[in-house]
Design a protein around this ligand. Sequence first.
Ligand SMILES: CC(C)(COP(=O)(O)OP(=O)(O)OC[C@H]1O[C@@H](n2cnc3c(N)ncnc32)[C@H](O)[C@@H]1OP(=O)(O)O)[C@@H](O)C(=O)NCCC(=O)NCCS
Length: 407
Amino acid sequence: MIRPYDKDRDRGAGRRIWTECGWLDDIEPELMDAYVDCGRAWVAELNGSAECLCLAGDGDFQYMGNWLSLGAITGVTTSHIGRKQGLAGRLLAHALASEASDGKTLSMLGMFEQGYYDRLGFGSGAYHLIWEFDPSDLNVKSRHPAPERITQSDFQAVHDARLKRMRSHGNVNLLHSENTRHNMFGSKDRFGLGYRDTEGNITHCLWINPKDMESGPYRVLWTVFETYDQFLQLLSILKSLGDQINSVIMEEPAGIQLQDFLKQPLKRMEVSKGSKFKTTIHTLAYYQSRILNLEDALAQTQLDCKEFHFNLSLTDPVTSFLQDESEWNGLQGEYVVSLGSKCRVETGSLGALPTLEASVGAFTRMWMGVRPASGLAVSDNISGPPDLMKNLDRAFRLPVPYPDWDF
Ligand SMILES: CC(C)(COP(=O)(O)OP(=O)(O)OC[C@H]1O[C@@H](n2cnc3c(N)ncnc32)[C@H](O)[C@@H]1OP(=O)(O)O)[C@@H](O)C(=O)NCCC(=O)NCCS
């Protein structure tokens, strides 16, 4: 039994699910309630009680300067007694159908592991680069004026600043401020440093989760800025903590190679091996996305290539999780796609055109610029004649898509 979450009826069961998943360890239950209520929520019942909870929220996604509507999946959780009965798969498929019917072009989520969401048509995003370094090693020329303290009670101003931060291809905004509030809470030590304009709006800031307040590491949960000068000021703030703090962990922002700011990074990596305060870089793809509406996605796509056309034979595994009554039944089907400065798609096929065979997850990855078609053909579910693959590789030479929003 799948149905929308009813706060009067499902509050207790929802909290129990999150408790069993360990998601209520660091936050008050009221914070969870606000997070659930700020978006859309569905439950799957077992023996009359909600045992699986799926959450979605409104967002937008930047595709090379255009904006697509995003149905962000902000939580999929099954209680201890509901596991491995297909509840989460069916509930998420139902949520995706609902988001698609509601006009969302794209869906995205943070994965707990590779493979699970592929079964619902999701494909992995690009790698994120996460640096650990000694902030006193930062080579920043600019100096910063004394920043202001930012606290959890500033969540609305921080959220507003995040919405208008500098953005690039692949960036995501989650529109409701509860999404920011939720991430700002957690351990009581979390704190922010930043700046406001004369009207009191936050222009740029850091939000930090210290693992050890006295010596670090300090995990920078987000770096918000509108200009690169502001970014340099934020780095300068981090450097100023370096007399005391031995380690900062932060993601590399789009467009910046953080290693450029580190003194002797190779030597530091070598000598700090095995230390709690090591200099190192981690990389991982942890977002997944899938197109929900192919027409809308391609209508917002402008590519720097000569126009070309092909048949697309698309498979979509989400269909097997959906019941016939869904208005949206996945994207499986035959299409004719035109790519160029204007892109479009129609259902059908034309005998004279080459055919690309792809799963919706692999197609989404190519379209987003995660990897070129020819590389995805080796590791994912996409194939076509060599000339078509070459054209696709050329057409989708895009910057690395980088969501820059944890959810
Ligand atoms: C992830 C979670 C929601 C799955 O819930 P669930 O209701 O047990 O999931 P389902 O029954 O729909 O799916 C389980 C199936 O997926 C399979 N599966 C699990 N991980 C997989 C993976 N990485 N790749 C492929 N299949 C996977 C399981 O083997 C199982 O298959 P089986 O039924 O054939 O044995 C649940 O484990 C959970 O709540 N975890 C804690 C919270 C969490 O991490 N949520 C995800 C946030 S992104």
